[in-house]
Design a protein. Structure first.
Length: 118
């Protein structure tokens, strides 16, 4: 069984940086795509960023372009989200996601809280 486990969340001040990590476990994990979404209280889940291992292509949500960077380093089953110039509106629970065979964005982690104080 594949599991996604996020880490790296915490409390930071506006303008600071934070790096999130997500590692997939399980022998059968082979998703080319991994990504990040976030959700804050009372709001819908919002797309943040995603990447493809096969061609190193990445794409971003409009609210984080130029501030966040997604990358997969050393192994296709690990994805990072480097967040810079954080704003209070970035406060949310951040979720890692991946595809499973025949099912798009069907694997989800438990989430990690990011809180940005003003």
């Amino acid at each position: 069984q594949v599991q996604l486990v996020e880490s790296g969340g915490g409390l930071v001040q506006a303008g600071e940086s934070l790096r999130l990590s997500c590692a997939a476990s399980g022998r059968t994990f082979s998703s080319d795509r991994m990504g990040w979404w976030r959700q804050s209280p009372g709001k819908e889940r919002e797309f943040v960023a995603a990447s493809r291992w096969s061609d190193d292509y990445a794409w971003y949500g409009d609210s984080v372009k130029g501030r966040f960077t997604i990358f997969r380093e050393n192994a296709p089953n690990t994805v990072y989200l480097q967040m810079t110039s954080l704003k209070p509106e970035d406060t949310a629970v951040y979720f890692c996601a991946a595809d499973s065979p025949g099912s798009t964005w069907s694997l989800w982690g438990q989430g990690t809280q990011v809180t940005v104080s003003s």
